[in-house]
Design a protein around this ligand. Sequence first.
Ligand code: ACM
Ligand code: ZN
Length: 525
Amino acid sequence: MKTYLLIVILSFGFFQISFSQMNLIPKPVQLTVDEGFIEIVNIQEVVSENGSFEFEQELIIRTIHQITGKKPNPDKQNDNKLTILLRQLDEGDSAAYKFFIDNKQIVIESSGKVGIYYGVQTLLQILQHYKNEPIPQLAISDYPRFSWRGMHLDCSRHFFSVEEIKRYLDYLALYKMNVFHWHLTDDQGWRIEIKAYPELTKTGAWRSGTMVGPYSNHQYDNLNYGGYYTQDQIHEIVHYASQRHITVVPEIEMPGHSLAVLASYPRLACRDTFFEVGKRWGVYEDVFCAGNDSVFLFLENVLKEIMGLFPGEYIHIGGDECPKTRWKECALCQRRMQQEQLVDEHQLQSYFIQRIEKYLNANGRRIIGWDEILEGGLAPNAAVMSWRGTEGGIEAARMQHPVVMTPGKPCYFDHYQSVKKDTEPLAIGGLNTLEDVYHYNPLPQDLSEEEKAYILGAQGNVWTEYMKTFSQVEYMALPRMAALSEVLWSAEETKDYGEFLTRLRENVKILDTKKTNYAKHFLQE
Ligand code: ACM
Ligand code: ZN
């Protein structure tokens, strides 16, 4: 045992020295550098050995072309000829991959298409790092620590184009993230075409003004603002994501954060009045009426279309920040509580979520919701996204429900990232530095090993009240996303912030080629 430990430590020491010179993020689980070098110009072929990897072949060829100005040419006479082999294995974890470079070939192998894709991402980082310089022969064995490596984006508070969403997905792909939590509906705008309910996009996708400056100023412009994704565009994005092995989890908010729906279909509210799509940030008292069966018919019809557009297992149903004010005053809501023998409005919220869960479960899907869905009783098969700290996640894991950790500290990337807040663009508040994100461990110490198994992973949230442009989204999301990717992929025991920064300084050269507006505070650290 002692000898074994010694070998591990020694080899780790060697690995560290070679490794920090590279740009690989997230850090592979195991990497050894061998003697000898290859050169990119000698790569003549990219071959799928078994299985078909045209998309990955194309990615590699495009990157080689960008670097050398030439595409690999299999017919060239060359004694140093190199082949890239993508090889699908019969067994093993589908997200794990092995990668090696020797003097004849670069091999990426995995039992899964997804593992091959991750190996290719590693190769692309290496090629972009060394470019035309000699590339060391090496061997990598790599696999993710968590299965939910998520990034969220709020497209309601501000709307981003299809091209911008694809760019966002490119960043996820670069860092081997695999879940895109797409926040598509909220008080300030409904952003997805639903064929059964055209008013959602005719009315609900547009607001007649937006808050300007800090919330406390209560200042507004009076500009018409909005937009939405057509179902064709949704298909296009879901396909783009799936090529990159990213699952899109759509979020359709209920019962709160639903003012844009009520503006479109006022009868779904508790009160008999008309509503405007929200101009103010924050929480609104008017929410879906929980006593009105038309609300459930409406939501089931919406979710039917959502299921047709998003093939993933999970549908996010929101569930956060639902004031109970209107329900307390509403005859229909109170009658529902009596009929269903619900003791308070928290149980009414639980009734609401459970009814939606039944519908989605009957159609083969699962719900995930913000941690308020614990209040009044958790729906039997629900997964919980813990945002108000980690307590909700801990409670849900103890109840043997799947959990995604996204506590405000440090997973809210709408918070400031520098202590010098007055020199930063206006943000919602808070402070989550790159280092805070890097040191995060999604597994709470209080949980037993069995309970920890319910923690699927974690996620960075990008709420966009204070991000009017995609450039600002980039500034807030990057490089914190890179730090989170390492939290979610790499081994906890090998974390070292200084060494991460060394790699990050190299890694962001990839972002430079994309002209990404990432935050540069770490360059001073
Ligand atoms: C949330 O930040 N309201 C989930
Ligand atoms: Zn009601």
